[in-house]
Design a protein around this ligand. Structure first.
Ligand SMILES: Nc1nc2c(c(=O)[nH]1)N[C@H]1C(S)=C(S)[C@@H](COP(=O)(O)OP(=O)(O)OC[C@H]3O[C@@H](n4cnc5c(=O)[nH]c(N)nc54)[C@H](O)[C@@H]3O)O[C@H]1N2
Ligand SMILES: Nc1nc2c(c(=O)[nH]1)N[C@H]1C(S)=C(S)[C@@H](COP(=O)(O)OP(=O)(O)OC[C@H]3O[C@@H](n4cnc5c(=O)[nH]c(N)nc54)[C@H](O)[C@@H]3O)O[C@H]1N2
Ligand code: SF4
Ligand SMILES: [Mo]
Length: 718
């Protein structure tokens, strides 16, 4: 059952094409959130269309959603559990039953817990797939503090820095039409990440918002900007503090907000004095006058918002970048105002934090979190740095990690220093994976479980997001023996003696989440969505939820944890200025991972419609640079860093500084029959560094966006 499908068009199509049914649901081919209509015929999903009634996407969709039927019914999809029979990586599997698979995993969990402590078991997921709450709950109830995510360099930093600065993540209030939008290291018309979908941004722009874009590449958004600041990659903190310098010295800040609601104003003003536009211009390659113009436009056009992205987080200055941008929002009085950046409240349900049951993790176990004494901001939010896990496997330091359980992640392609990741995955005592396919990571596992896609499960969509909406994701079909990660963990938990914290059926968990609203899952399923009441300027009544009750420009928590309480710029660990000798050998600045429409990290390469959009890995090179290096459009190019080399095809692109090279990430070739499926051929993370000293000291973020490389055509021997 579900809400009435009243659209005449839908009804007419049902008759014309003889669909068996149409189910309203919520896409999750990316971080999810778009309302969709799913058309089913003969128990197969045959078509996906945008739901015009959904407030998140209002009928729009992207290529990944349209291709979902090809994912769900892919001939190579894993539809039953398997266990490895040859040596690791041999690609030889044997079909087993769910009971056998879960018993095998449970037996290992109990053995390692007994012998080495629960901390020797690491659970892992990649980017948000709406299974984070169950995975953390499993870890916390089991007693392991080690959940390996992308949180050290993606979204986690935004959450952590916002919580310590202003008590919650402020997101752009597109509905109330910001009059100035500063898009910073983000490309949401392609990435549609987290709370944001490109449609809402485009509408705000269409309504006349001024646009400032901070990006080293001329993106489609940058081409529409009033001001495009083409900065040197990795210099974002300097640029933001340079803008703050202008705003402070020209008195363009919001006096009332600063006087009443800010902690550390004087110290902040002292800090920004160190960043005059001329000096910042030398660091960032952005002309000083442009920095002034951008600062003035942003500070004097109200309301204004910053559409920020992951590019600022995958740098050594990760936490500083986030805090510097928050500071710009704060001092200009754009926090929690209509059309600015708002700390929306969730509907009255049990939150992801409550579900994750962090309070059930014993304190002595939490203290064992890998990297806890090194990356303290991260650790306080349950986040670990991946190298800490690889080191614990390879060197048993500070203690041995014996088991990895990756549930929706492909770390061999997506974590820095892929060769070290490979070593660790090969050497770990036992590894289980839950995925849709045998990926290069899964190929190294002992057991692989077939996960259900979003079309095969019931769930409360978006309840981890900060925009205040929840939507029912409805199970449309069943494929093979696939099960959702939620059901799988609910079952596994009972096999390792954790029944008291879990449920008879997973649907009971959904009821439990919704209970404070006074509705059940079956009732919520009848609805389109629920949105929490939106209230602005909440700080006027209760201050900010920080130790001082104020908006902390000067972070008392960072100070307590031994970090600089104010944002400061640091040169990237590899750069023309910090490592001139290295630069002489590797003369280009490599950036990686700018999102492309059809592929989601390492996903999509086996989906015909999506692979058709992106048949091969592509490196963007400026035409002048290509000429200098003897590279022509379409050549296979070798890209080399001090850690290794990979190959991608050249695309000449003049929308970048000639000193910058942009490499795609997460490439492998599922069509290849050989072991490894080409995981190390074009994988940019062969080139990236994960050395501790190259990471952000507070968050542990690896600098996958900014490193040095050299390039040459493959046909030229070297
Ligand atoms: N060099 C470089 N590296 C990067 C980045 C970059 O910009 N540059 N970006 C980084 C970022 S921001 C992130 S978030 C990470 C992402 O890192 P990951 O999340 O590890 O990347 P994916 O390739 O998406 O791997 C997800 C795997 O889970 C499977 N999967 C998808 N949905 C589900 C599900 O619901 N259940 C289960 N069990 N499996 C599922 C997919 O088939 C896929 O194999 O990559 C990072 N790596
Ligand atoms: N199609 C698709 N969509 C995705 C994903 C995907 O893999 N594919 N991944 C999802 C995930 S997990 C995430 S985190 C989001 C990320 O999505 P976004 O936050 O939009 O990030 P990106 O597109 O990776 O990068 C945005 C821009 O940052 C620029 N950039 C590179 N280096 C720098 C720098 O040093 N400073 C600044 N200011 N800009 C820089 C790039 O040129 C690029 O245009 O996308 C999500 N959506
Ligand atoms: S943006 Fe994400 S949620 Fe929306 S249609 Fe595309 S893949 Fe689905
Ligand atoms: Mo991400």
């Amino acid at each position: 059952m579900m809400p009435e499908l009243s659209h005449a068009k839908v009804k007419a199509e049902m008759e014309l094409y003889e669909y068996d049914r149409v189910v309203k649901s919520v896409c999750r081919m990316c971080h999810g959130g778009c309302g969709v209509l799913v058309y089913v015929k003969d128990e197969r999903v045959v078509r996906i269309a945008g739901d015009p009634d959904c407030p998140i996407n209002r009928g729009t969709l992207c290529s990944k959603a349209l291709a979902a039927p090809q994912l769900v019914h892919h001939p190579k999809r894993l539809t039953h559990p398997v266990k490895r029979v040859g040596p690791r990586g041999s690609g030889k599997w044997q079909r087993i039953s769910w009971d056998e698979a879960l018993d095998l995993i449970a037996e290992r969990i109990l053995t390692y817990k007994e012998k080495f402590g629960a901390e020797s078991i690491v659970l892992g997921y990649g980017t948000g797939r709406e299974n984070e709450a169950v995975i953390y709950r499993f870890a916390n109830t089991l007693g392991t503090p080690n959940v390996l995510t992308a949180g050290h360099f993606c979204y986690g930093p935004r959450i952590a820095t916002s919580l310590i600065t202003c008590g919650g993540l402020p997101v752009v209030d597109y509905e109330n039409r910001p009059r100035c939008i500063m898009v910073w290291g983000n490309n949401l018309v392609i990435s549609n990440a987290d709370e944001y979908k490109g449609a809402a941004f485009s509408e705000a722009l269409g309504a006349g918002a001024k646009l400032i874009v901070v990006d080293p590449r001329l993106t489609r958004i940058a081409s529409r900007a009033d001001l495009w600041l083409q900065l040197r990659p990795g210099t974002d903190t300097a640029l933001a503090l340079g803008m703050a310098n202008v705003i402070v010295s020209e008195g363009l800040y919001d006096r009332e907000f600063v006087e009443k609601y800010v902690h550390g104003w004087e110290a902040f003003c002292e800090r920004v004095k160190e960043y005059p536009p001329e000096k910042v211009s030398e660091i960032t390659w952005v002309p000083a006058e442009r920095i002034r113009e951008a600062a003035r436009l942003f500070a004097t056009t109200k309301p204004a918002a910053i559409q920020w992205g992951v590019a600022i987080e995958q740098q050594v200055t990760c936490a500083d970048n986030n805090r510097a941008l928050l500071a710009l929002l704060g001092i200009t009085g754009n926090i929690d105002v209509p059309g600015g950046q708002v700390i929306f409240r969730p509907p009255k349900i049990r939150t992801v934090g409550e579900f994750a049951a962090h309070r059930l993790l014993p304190k002595e176990q939490a203290e064992k979190r890998l990297g806890g004494d090194r990356f303290r901001l991260a650790s306080n939010f349950g986040v670990i740095n991946p190298k800490c896990v690889w080191d614990a496997i390879l060197y048993e330091k500070p203690y041995p990690v014996k088991m990895l359980f990756f549930i929706s992640s492909n770390p061999l392609l997506t974590r820095a220093n892929a060769r070290e990741v490979y070593e660790a995955l090969k050497r770990v005592d036992f590894m289980a994976v839950s995925d849709f396919f045998i990926t290069p990571t899964a190929e190294l596992a002992d057991v692989v479980l077939p996960s259900a896609t979003w079309l095969e499960m019931d769930y409360i969509a978006d309840y981890w997001k900060r925009h205040g909406y929840i939507l029912p994701r409805r199970k449309v079909i069943q494929v093979g023996e696939c099960r959702s990660d939620h059901e799988m963990l609910n079952d596994l938990a009972k096999r390792v003696g954790l029944a008291e914290h879990w449920w008879d059926r997973f649907e009971d968990a959904l009821d439990w989440i919704l209970e404070p609203l006074g509705i059940t899952w079956q009732e919520f399923k009848q609805m389109d969505y629920i949105r929490a009441e939106v209230r602005y300027r909440k700080y006027r009544e209760r201050g900010f939820s920080t130790p001082t009750g104020k908006f902390e420009l000067y972070s008392t928590l960072l100070e307590k944890w031994g970090y600089d309480p104010l944002p400061q710029y640091r040169e990237p660990p590899e750069s023309p200025y910090s490592t001139p000798e290295l630069h002489a050998q590797y003369p280009y600045i490599l950036i990686s991972g700018a999102r492309i429409p059809g592929l989601f990290h390492s996903e999509g390469r086996q989906i015909p419609w999506l692979r058709g959009l992106h048949p091969e890995p592509v490196v963007e090179i400026h035409p002048e640079t290509a000429k200098k290096e003897g590279i022509e459009e379409g050549d296979w190019v070798v890209i080399e860093s001090p850690r290794g080399k990979v190959r991608q095809r050249a695309k000449l692109f003049s929308g970048m500084d000639p000193r910058v090279v942009a490499v795609q990430h997460a490439w492998w070739f599922p069509e290849r029959e050989e072991p490894g499926m080409g995981w190390d051929e074009s994988n940019v993370n062969i080139l990236t560094s994960n050395a501790y000293e190259d990471c952000n000291p507070a968050m542990g973020a690896t600098s996958v966006r900014v490193l040095l490389c050299r390039i040459y055509p493959e046909r030229r021997p070297r």
